[in-house]
Design a binder for this molecule. Structure first.
Ligand SMILES: O=C(O)CCC(=O)C(=O)O
Length: 288
């Protein structure tokens, strides 16, 4: 929890239990030491009512149940998660995990932020007829789909009644690998994209936080937050306005975690005319 969020939570819960003093003036009329030192000027303390009401930090909710979860409804539309634990039975998931771990062309991508290069804290590979640009670096088109990935793509499409022409694969080698807060909102993904994310290997927590309204000036202290533990064989769909109104991440963990593969099936469109590759439809801070 960020310092500011933690302070807001402590303040909120204490402030409700304490009796509120009315306007009080305390005179410091302590005599000087031994009655012989220099006289002190009396100091006054005045209780000031805070000018803004104290705000509660909303508690984080956890989604673990299979089914459709409407997470928000706003001007940009409904944001929805669909969770399907056990999409792959454990013995199939075990076999697929070891094949993909050993056989996919994993590599570490270099991204750019404010002109500075940094290596992503995970390995990735990309499949699709079009390139994919994010964080100012491009994954080149790759039509050499591993046959297992084509089978999985068909199974996911069939189950979700959505079609996907591309796949970003992420490999989190251990608990130190991560992906930072971001939205999958590049123009090449189109408006209101459906993204299907299949998890294999160790369980990691997928977190979401709502975009703050403009008057909060980018402050996420009071926004809604959700955690979704993603276990071996689970399929998660992000639908509707989820990429407009929410950000997501998989944070580093400080206890041991085994490797995890995440396959995110997407549909990529040619970049709209006049758009620089990787440009978002709307600006959000992207630190991946
Ligand atoms: O690993 C995950 O579950 C999330 C991956 C992700 O956010 C992404 O590829 O954009």
């Amino acid at each position: 929890m960020s310092d500011k969020r933690q302070r807001a939570r402590v303040q909120g819960s204490w402030a409700q239990q304490r009796p509120r003093p009315s306007r009080t003036t305390v005179q410091n009329s302590q005599p000087s030491s031994w009655g012989s030192g220099p006289q002190r000027t009396p100091r006054t303390f005045e209780f000031q009512q805070p000018d803004k009401p104290i705000r509660e930090v909303p508690a984080e909710t956890v989604i673990e149940e299979a089914g459709v979860h409407e997470i928000s409804q706003g001007p940009s539309g409904v944001s929805r998660l669909r969770l399907i634990p056990g999409f792959l039975p454990p013995h199939e998931a075990d076999w697929i995990f070891s094949k993909l771990l050993a056989e996919l062309p994993w590599s570490q991508k270099t991204n750019y932020r404010e002109g500075e290069a940094y290596d992503e804290p995970r390995l990735t590979c990309w499949f699709g007829e079009l390139p994919y640009t994010y964080a100012k670096s491009t994954m080149t088109a790759n039509t050499q789909w591993h046959p297992l990935l084509l089978t999985l793509r068909d199974a996911v499409s069939h189950h979700t009644s959505s079609s996907f022409n591309s796949l970003l694969c992420n490999l989190y080698r251990d608990g130190h690998d991560s992906i930072g807060w971001h939205s999958d909102d590049e123009a090449s993904l189109g408006e209101k994209p459906t993204i299907a994310s299949l998890s294999l290997g160790d369980t990691r927590v997928f977190s979401l936080r709502k975009q703050p309204p403009p008057e909060e000036d980018g402050d996420y202290t009071y926004v809604q937050r959700i955690r979704v533990p993603l276990s071996h064989g689970t399929l998660l769909l992000m639908e509707g306005a989820t990429q407009d109104d929410w950000q997501h991440r998989v944070a580093k963990e400080y206890h041991d975690r085994g490797p995890r593969i995440n396959l995110t099936f997407r549909t990529i469109y040619p970049e709209p005319e006049g758009h620089r590759p990787g440009t978002r439809l709307r600006f959000t801070a992207k630190q991946m």
